[in-house]
Design a protein around this ligand. Structure first.
Ligand code: GDP
Length: 138
């Protein structure tokens, strides 16, 4: 079954010029980009996107990090997209990420970890719709 996941290349990776390298890894792993844009989240939008984490101690830090500079948001299509993409990005904390994963290669810390990947099909659809209208999803 072909399905979809949602990703963001986060501000840390954008600042360091890793966008092209990360997109190449995504393409090489067999994901088809079906929507993509470079944009910057306001603190309000970042807070909304990460609302599920609002009780966590790092919420304020996460919102200010995610709104401090441009990101690249994209919807990706592949068989088993959500699970395969979580494997490709690696553990939340890059110190625990496996060799060859995006976070192992490009992430600096548990907070500034280069990329986002949806954790379920349901959240992938919600997150994709947060950034893209139906006309922008191919
Ligand atoms: P993910 O699904 O692997 O992205 O991880 P989570 O859903 O647990 O957390 C969402 C995001 O919050 C992570 O990708 C990090 O950017 C950030 N985050 C998670 N844990 C921490 C933490 O302990 N400290 C800080 N500063 N940020 C964190």
């Amino acid at each position: 079954m072909t399905n979809r996941t949602f990703t963001m290349i986060k501000p840390d990776a954008t600042e360091k010029g890793y966008t092209g390298g990360i997109l190449k890894m995504i393409n090489d792993a067999g994901f088809r980009i079906v929507a993509m844009k470079m944009t910057q989240l306001s603190t309000e939008k970042a807070g909304q996107f990460y609302e599920v984490h609002k009780e966590r101690p790092f919420y304020g830090e996460l919102v200010s990090f995610m709104s401090r500079g441009p990101i690249t948001a994209a919807i990706l299509e592949k068989e088993n997209a959500v699970e395969d993409f979580r494997k490709l990005i690696g553990a939340t904390n890059p110190a625990q990420a496996e060799a060859g994963t995006i976070r192992k290669l490009y992430a600096a810390s548990i907070g500034e970890n280069a990329v986002h990947g949806s954790d379920s099909d349901e959240n992938a659809a919600i997150e994709g719709d947060f950034f893209f209208s139906r006309l922008e999803q191919f």
